[in-house]
Design a protein around this ligand. Sequence first.
Ligand code: HH2
Length: 275
Amino acid sequence: MDDPLAWLRPPCVMGVLNVTPDSLWGGAGVLDPEDALARLDRMAEDGAAICDVGAESTRPGAEPVPAGVQLERLSGVLRALRVAPAPLPLSIDTSLAAVAEAALDAGAVLVNDVTAGRADPRLLPLVAERGAAVCLVHMRGDPRTMQRDPRYADVVAEVRDHLAGRLEAAVGAGVPEERVVLDPGFGFGKRLEHNLALLAGIPRLAELGRPVLVGVSRKSMFRLLLGREVEDRVPASLAAGLAAVARGAAVLRAHDVRETADALRVWAAVEAAAT
Ligand code: HH2
């Protein structure tokens, strides 16, 4: 495969397409191929650099979804890609090699694994073998347990050390360092104060030398900070995303692609005027 991170021009947007019945926000349910393509077209038009397709909710308390069920949910998207190439690069949000493999077969360039290769030992070798890229995410425990009283002495140092270790594991499995993106995993085993410290600490995470991806879109940290419910969290998501980009984040994972892309364009225009 050509450079699987060629789409990554910081700062840019990773749009979210959840083919799930139970996601945090905007779960599309199972899509038929036509609807899938329409969603992808819209996301490309709205300004996403890549689309992250997921068939398993990883919200706090969610149960793991077996590979067979994930593949069934993805079948419409995968069938659509057999008929027409996707209008933008695709990422697959999964921890299971069998699901990642089907998406890579259909042309995905990135595997977004919230367990950073810990859930399925075959995942990182698969990424290496296929010349794909991988997003390694920090998570405490698993979605069922991660929000049970998470504690850190220094959350930024602990997340950075964990990501450094997972980066080493990926390289050990044969994934070139240049194909790795790192993500501190907002909401994955963190309290509000941890999420805020990680946003502020992005420069220390960027010291690892890899692009930092930030997924704060509509997360419950905004209920804790502002009292806003999920349907009312767009302004908060944009503000947190811009704060992250101002500190060096390269990619914003977002449900609201148009709004996020607009915010980034304004930010980039101001940056350009300043130099
Ligand atoms: N957050 C979610 C899912 N995948 N991947 C990365 N790299 N970073 C994230 O922060 C991240 C992620 C959870 O959000 P969402 O997909 O909207 O919800 P759900 O897991 O319920 O489908």
